[in-house]
Design a protein around this ligand. Sequence first.
Ligand code: KG4
Ligand code: ZN
Length: 361
Amino acid sequence: MKFTDVQKIKILAFDTSCDETSVAVLQGRRVLSSVISSQVELHKKWGGVVPKVARRAHEENIESTYKEALTRAKTSIEEIDAIAVTYGPGLAIDLEIGIIFAKELALKYNKKLLPVNHMEGHLLSSLLLNSKGRGKFEKPIESAFPILGVLASGKHTELIYAKSPGKYIKLGKTLDDAAGECFDKVGRMLNFGYPGGPVITEFAKKSTGKYKFDLPIPMEKSGDLNFSYSGLKTACLYKVNKLREEGLKDSDWVYDFCREFVDVVIKSISIKVEKALPENPDIKTILTGGGVYNNEKIIRDLQKVAKNNNKGFLFPEKRFRGDNAAMIALAGLRMYKDSEYISDKTEIQKLDRVPRLELGN
Ligand code: KG4
Ligand code: ZN
């Protein structure tokens, strides 16, 4: 089946993999509603996501978020064709809340259940259309393939090759920290609070270029398509301590530091993309996804790489860059058209979380 064969299908989707309780309704590729109940304020005082605190918030919010998603989509549970839910990767006790809720609905209302890999959601997020059917890529999804997926989120930095939707092969991944994680950890060193990524991005824009820090480009010479950010993190810690020991005020150098940090992270990703493209010459389009793309510079730089290599380039709309359930619904729709759903009640009951689920290994 093709995506055009399922354009009337309505999917209700849940994502509770981290610190957002999100529920969405999709009809075909059109987002009828996408409701995100964010917990950022809750976790700020701890300097990071506390799984137990997130779980309690998911429990408190999921019912109302679900109801709001149906209301905003002007639909009812009876009209839903299938229910999608993230079953991994993510925080174990948080994934559970979405899974329990989705399972109960599927059993009560006799719906098919679609267990979605969160990273397939990020990968397809740029292919979502608004409720009127408008978006960056309105042609049939299949015509974008073969693709190179370049994923950058809080826990993942990955290159994925796919000849067609659903057929994922991992070309490279991080050996330790993810790019987003590195943003957050360096943000903490700079006393930016949680999450540090957005603050680094904003500060980088104010750089005057007065100070240079010689930060290393991670995995520049590794010869493969993998990533690693713990070395950069350590290098940053060393530099920051040294600058402070020298008695320089943070406000003197911090904007330049953020700029250079952003530049080396982007470079670490763009050199791998430049290496992956000639190795897989049938790639037509680069698909990007994940919270780190809230930094617009990485979008612009990768867009240039795509252009220089005569490849298409797609990036998600702002509201679909961080975690959201609309992207989970689209991955669910892909699975629905490929008959990858569970309809047997005993099988539905058995669905469990897989916190370390991989995409395309
Ligand atoms: O995709 P995402 O929302 O959640 C995961 O699945 O992990 O990604 C979250 C990550 C965090 O590390 C956060 O710091 C980073 O995305 N992030 C940013 C920005 N906004 C969020 N990084 C750089 N610049 C931003 N503006
Ligand atoms: Zn995510």
